[in-house]
Ligand binder design. Sequence first.
Ligand code: ATR
Length: 290
Amino acid sequence: MSPADADAHAAPDYAVFGQPVAHSLSPAIHAAFGRQQSIPLRYTAIDVDPDAFATKLARFADGGGRGANVTLPLKEAAAALCASLGENAQRAGTVNTLVRRVDGWHGENTDGRGLVRDLDHRAGLDLRARRTLLIGAGGAARGVAPALLDAGIADLYVVNRTGARADALADALGEPGRVHPRYLEDIAHLGEFDLVINATSAARTSAALPTLPRSLLAPRAAVVDLNYGEAAVPFLAWARSVGAHDIVDGLGMLVEQAAESFALWHGVRPDTDPVYAELRARAALLVTAD
Ligand code: ATR
């Protein structure tokens, strides 16, 4: 065994919990970050039934687990298992990153910061004053909405098939003058938007989103899908067909949220560009899983 292998063997454990989690790119992303930063780490994917999550997470901690990512469908459950929550996790009501502390798990949500970082640094979009439409009010939407508000967007319209969930998200955001919940079926009557974000899981299920009107887009509008790979194809095909000025899928957000998690665990933010470039080269083959 080489010294590096010995280090990796002795290193604290990291993992991503989810179901299904086999397609998760997080192990490969964190391994690449670790190599880049010369930080030995073991990071594995753990498939866990929601009923067994608390038990498996406790076992992971007992075995030396130092940090974890949490993905579908466990992000809300993770928040409930934390001893403390960071500000972004509190506002989102969901956790995608767990950090082991002496008093238990500390939960954070890095999805929103990851999205904003991708949109401004990589896609070069100035988000300030953009009238924004967020489609969906599930876990993904809740994860990104606070960071969008912090980034200085103008009004945020949250539309959802189930209106009560849009209401609940708007309530949780606590800015009634700026955040407006609406039904998905009313989408044609909301005016034009500078930023349109698909945060639904429609393309990951058998039911498609309804066709959206071209009139939703302001002249230089950006259209973003939080999904990547095949799950982003239908919505971004619509964006192209209606002539969106900028079109962004969720691959960059995935890498950026991972970098934020890595920084929480290891105290250093890795360079995301080479990891993003490698994943982008095979993006069409990927299945959204994180
Ligand atoms: P996630 O964590 O990926 O956000 P979720 O919490 O189950 O998953 O939320 C899925 C989101 O996609 C919800 O906003 C859901 O709408 P409902 O709240 O009405 O269920 C939305 N969604 C999923 N399939 C959809 C479809 N075919 N049409 C419209 N919205 C859909």
